[in-house]
Design a protein around this ligand. Sequence first.
Ligand SMILES: [Zn+2]
Length: 57
Amino acid sequence: MTLTDSCPNCLEPAIEPVAERHRGPHVVHGYRCPRCRHQWATARLIAAYRNTTRKAA
Ligand SMILES: [Zn+2]
């Protein structure tokens, strides 16, 4: 899954993550804006994105 984000600095939309890290129940995406080079990270709860995951057989 690819979760894009908007730059909090210059509001450039649809930026794709350059790094993904799992930290407990969260997944942390690192972003770098191609326009202003601002860097930030967004942590999301993995459980909130499980809708498309199939149940284990
Ligand atoms: Zn930016």
